[in-house]
Design a protein around this ligand. Structure first.
Ligand code: GDG
Length: 478
């Protein structure tokens, strides 16, 4: 890491703090790391860097909760500052506008979008609250780095609160095309807020270009300068930079842990439950963007087209519970479970059940063991900002046997598309054939592809991601 960056404090602001709390009736409050891609990516970085993380703890923060949080913070090498949210705030700002308006719209799934005034009003109010807590807690010289779709409106409020620090924003999900963005009644307010940041980071070149085009729709007379690394927009007296920096994982840590004896043993044990069968793995948060029903249809067609595979291949699908209060997610869970039952009912034999389904979060060691034991990973989202599971799987194939089947609509496809089996998840037939190709792929081709994929992740790990973004911010503020 560059010296300049090491010296500069960093404040990260995101909807959730990197820990969450739950009250056990017997043991009292328990604190645990929060699940999800953002924490996976930023935790190793903030552990090295001085600074603060500002966010919501995930529950109503009374005095007792604040005490537990203060004690938990002592164990962290950086400060944790909680922004309080009430039950109603959570309902309207988080479950409402963030997850029922922005999330589906930005993933091109407009059919799931709800456009409601009260959720928008609360979204603005909470973004303002995040901005105020940030303004109160930052050091004058610190870089302030906000994250993700829950805080699109915070930029304007930060500037209104007098914050003149360099402001960075990273969007973890895709940025929609102008055609889609135009449907959002609050398009102009959100774009105005986003241009309050000095530097905006996106996962892919397409997201960066979509953002630039959307800004041009709202401000037709702006100046634009294109550079390889980022685009600079000149809007009145403001200069706003937008780049694409794909997020990644802590490759070295991930690889070393997966190679360990304990993971090797756990992987062996896991595989022993399915003797003489090849394991195809799916690991996803339960979300309609991840394309699970479509994946099951492709697997079903694979079983229909290639009956010689019966008894030899299983699909092991882990679904991590997510947004369990949102009706669309509850409906999706029911649909998935009925599909598992239907497909298993159609094909199962005495010694073989084709789909194994686990609805829970795996412990870290089990997660790595699943990756290591699987001969194929099916990563087939309908749309995804990046998809860290794809990168984790490639890294975990320490025995060089894995094949990655990857959706064209995952951000990770820009980096991993060439050496994976690239599929359109809406194309059931070709996805089914890709499963067959993966299972029957000659050893030499598997090794060549997975080695190239691992190398790609190794050379572009999460430390490089952070360095590139912070370096870009330094170049622009000097
Ligand atoms: C958002 C964007 C973007 C999953 N199951 C278990 C488990 N996980 C961990 C994985 C991975 C993370 O959760 C999931 O990351 P993804 O990137 O796949 O997906 P999102 O949560 O939707 O993340 C996404 C990301 O932000 C980062 O920018 O890539 O596009 O949607 O790290 O390992 N972890 C454990 N048990 C599980 O069962 N311990």
């Amino acid at each position: 890491m560059n010296d300049l960056l090491e010296r500069r404090p960093l404040t990260v602001v995101s909807n959730r703090l990197p820990i969450s709390m739950a009250k056990d009736p017997e043991k009292g409050w328990e604190v645990s790391p929060s699940p999800g891609g953002l924490v996976t990516a930023l935790d190793p970085v903030l552990k090295r860097q001085r600074g603060k993380w500002i966010g919501w703890i995930g529950t109503e923060a009374d005095d007792e909760v604040q005490d537990v949080l203060a004690r938990a913070s002592e164990q962290y090498p950086y400060d944790l500052i909680s922004v309080p949210l009430s039950e109603e705030d959570e309902q309207l700002y988080y479950r409402g506008y963030s997850n029922e308006t922005v999330w589906p719209l930005f993933h091109d799934l407009i059919g799931y979008c709800k456009f409601e005034r009260d959720t928008w009003e609360r979204y603005k109010a909470i973004n303002k609250r995040f901005a105020e807590y940030t303004a109160r807690n930052i050091d004058p010289e610190s870089i302030v780095w906000l994250h993700d779709y829950q805080l699109l409106a915070a930029g304007s409020y930060l500037r209104e609160a007098g914050v003149s620090n360099p402001l960075l924003f990273f969007l973890h999900i895709p940025f929609p095309s102008p055609d889609l963005m135009r449907r959002l009644p609050q398009e102009e307010e959100l774009i105005r807020s986003l241009i309050s940041y000095d530097l905006l980071g996106f996962q892919t070149r397409r997201d960066r270009d979509n953002f630039v085009h959307c800004v041009c729709e709202v401000f037709p007379d702006i100046g634009i300068r294109e550079r390889e690394e980022y685009t600079t927009l000149f809007i009145g007296d403001r200069r706003v930079n937008a780049g694409n920096w794909p997020i990644s994982i802590d490759y070295t840590e991930f690889y070393a842990h997966t190679k360990s004896k304990e993971v090797a043993d756990a992987a062996w044990l896991f595989h022993e439950h399915f003797p003489n069968q090849r394991i195809i793995l799916g690991i996803d948060r339960l979300d309609y963007t991840k394309g699970i029903p479509e994946r099951f249809q492709a697997f079903e067609l694979f079983l229909e087209k290639y009956p010689e595979m019966h008894g030899k291949v299983i699909l092991y699908q882990v679904l991590v519970p997510s947004r369990t209060h949102v009706p669309d997610y509850q409906n999706l869970k029911h649909l998935i479970e009925s599909e598992v039952g239907r497909i298993n009912g159609k094909f199962s034999q005495a010694q073989w059940v084709p789909i194994h389904y686990a609805y829970r979060s795996l412990g870290r060691m089990d997660l790595l063991a699943h990756y290591r034991a699987a001969e194929v990973a099916l990563v087939t989202p309908l749309r995804d900002g990046m998809n860290l599971v794809a990168k984790e799987y490639c890294t975990s194939c320490v025995d060089n046997r894995g094949v990655l089947i990857l959706s064209k609509f995952a951000g990770a496809h820009d980096e991993l598309g060439e050496h994976s089996l690239s599929v359109n998840p809406f194309d059931t037939e070709r996805t089914a054939d890709a499963i067959y190709q993966a299972i029957t792929m000659p050893e030499e081709e598997r090794v060549r592809r997975i080695s190239a994929l691992r190398e790609q992740v190794k050379n572009n790990d999460v430390h490089r991601w952070v360095e590139r973004i912070l370096l870009a911010s330094e170049l622009m503020t000097d």
